[in-house]
Design a protein around this ligand. Structure first.
Ligand code: UDP
Ligand code: MG
Length: 323
């Protein structure tokens, strides 16, 4: 039996780029099928992440024109990670393998051949890894590389230069479904599931149309989510730093006592001010980091759904059913 492949594609306000890339995904699916690697039951599954433009209309149009296209729509914008998760969970029981990929054509779809080959060779997870970032701007390249370095310094282990272009088998997805956290950082969580994995490298090119939805602000938020979801190292760093400050303070107290007893104490306004400013700064940062974790606990305890699917292209809308 040939495996059924679902290509999962999150889309948020992508009306410019979808008409260009959607046929490419379908062509890749057809090619893999013609090569005899995957079943004809394979599908391209778009996940509309609450777009405000014509993205969902486009997806419905594709699905009406060719049965190999499917689409689901989230009830509102929930972010890239939740959109990918919605697609993976929706596909899990319908297929044998999923490949998640962005819809903007930046990730080379030809890497899918090697991913499927690796699956056929027995790998359950295949990570797409960017071999070059030549076409990214210096700023994007610098921030992205700092992102990976910072994550690993903070104890969050991720596959270097791997974003969310990966193959996951449905077997792994069924185990992954037991990871119930709402603080989602897929690229850090998938390695935790384990199973045999490998990497496939590809060239990352420029977006074919439209613009990026990942400004620096969202990248920092994603980095914070990644760290707090994978590691408690920042809390340990606070403890370590606290110990050092405490030791230095102890020496300071000794020094102050000795100078006072020797009768050589001076008004010392500047030194006092510096110490107070420094220590209160450290305390506020530490409180902020602890608060970050407390906030994440707060969100986890609510156990709100991680995605809500409002429409599926294969289910008729209520208004259409009535008529
Ligand atoms: N995306 C999404 N929801 C969002 C933001 C982005 O589903 O809230 C999708 C987007 O349509 C694209 C992918 O996530 O398919 C990656 O986004 P983008 O290309 O803007 O990020 P970049 O490649 O610049 O990091
Ligand atoms: Mg992109």
């Amino acid at each position: 039996m040939k495996p059924i492949l679902y290509i999962i594609i999150p889309c948020y306000n992508e009306q410019e780029v979808l008409p260009i890339t959607a046929p490419r995904f379908l062509a890749k699916l057809t090619m893999l099928r013609d090569l005899g690697k995957i079943s004809d039951e394979s599908r391209v599954l778009f996940v509309n992440d609450g777009s405000r433009d014509a993205t969902w209309d486009l997806i419905r149009g594709f699905a009406a024109a060719d049965p190999h296209y499917l689409g689901i729509s989230q009830s509102r914008n929930r972010g890239h990670q939740n959109a990918v998760l919605a697609g993976l969970m929706e596909a899990m029981d319908r297929c044998d393998i999923t490949i998640s990929i962005d819809c903007d054509g930046q990730d080379d779809i030809d890497a899918m051949d090697a991913m499927v080959d690796a699956y056929l060779d027995g790998c359950e997870v295949v990570y797409g890894v960017r071999s070059s970032r030549r076409t990214d701007s210096f700023f994007k390249r610098f921030t992205a590389q700092s992102f990976y370095k910072f994550l690993s310094a903070m104890g969050a282990e991720v596959v270097y230069n791997h974003a969310d272009y990966r193959l996951i088998s449905s077997r792994v997805l069924r185990e992954f479904a037991n990871f119930k956290e709402v603080n989602l950082f897929l690229r850090g969580l998938v390695p935790l599931v384990g199973f045999k994995s490998t990497t496939v490298s590809y060239d990352r090119t420029e977006r074919l149309a439209g613009k990026s939805h990942y400004p620096l602000r969202k990248m920092i938020a994603l980095a914070m989510d990644g760290i707090t979801s994978l590691s408690v190292k920042p809390l340990q760093l606070i403890t370590g730093f606290g110990l050092i400050v405490a030791l230095v303070s102890f020496l300071g107290v000794l020094w102050a006592l000795i100078t006072a007893i020797a009768g050589r104490s001076v008004p010392g306004w500047a030194s006092m001010t510096c110490i107070v400013c420094f220590v209160s700064g450290v305390q506020l940062i530490s409180l902020g980091i602890i608060g970050e974790y407390v906030g994440k606990i707060y969100l986890e305890t609510k156990q709100r759904p991680r995605y809500i699917i409002s429409e599926r292209t294969w289910e008729a809308k209520k208004s259409e059913r009535k008529s």
